[in-house]
Write a new protein. Structure first.
Length: 98
């Protein structure tokens, strides 16, 4: 049976990343904090690539206004495509019954 997933707040991640740059041995730091070394490297990478948008919490990605608009439009497009497929099937069923 799997262990419950640990959750770390933004402050903990920021402090861990800061300590990782000061620390000589990442493995020791990871053992001290009770986390995997790979997790520290992932947090460092996320912080370097996203800066202030990193670690938004609850698995929600912080999007720029343009990215949010694109995501909304893609969602609407998927919904319309599903509606079209449903209508095509309905037309096919209707035409077969007559």
């Amino acid at each position: 049976m799997s262990k419950p997933r640990k959750r770390f707040d933004k402050n903990f991640k920021l402090r861990t990343v800061a300590r990782s740059y000061e620390c000589k041995n990442m493995k020791d730091l990871a053992q001290e904090l009770g986390i995997r070394v790979e997790l520290i490297y992932r947090w460092r990478s996320e912080l370097s690539s996203h800066k202030e948008k990193s670690f938004p919490g609850e698995g929600k990605v912080a999007l720029s206004p343009e990215e949010a608009r694109i995501a909304l439009l893609e969602k609407q497009l998927r919904q319309k495509e599903q509606e079209i497929e449903i209508l095509k099937k309905a037309i096919g069923n209707y035409s077969q019954s007559q």
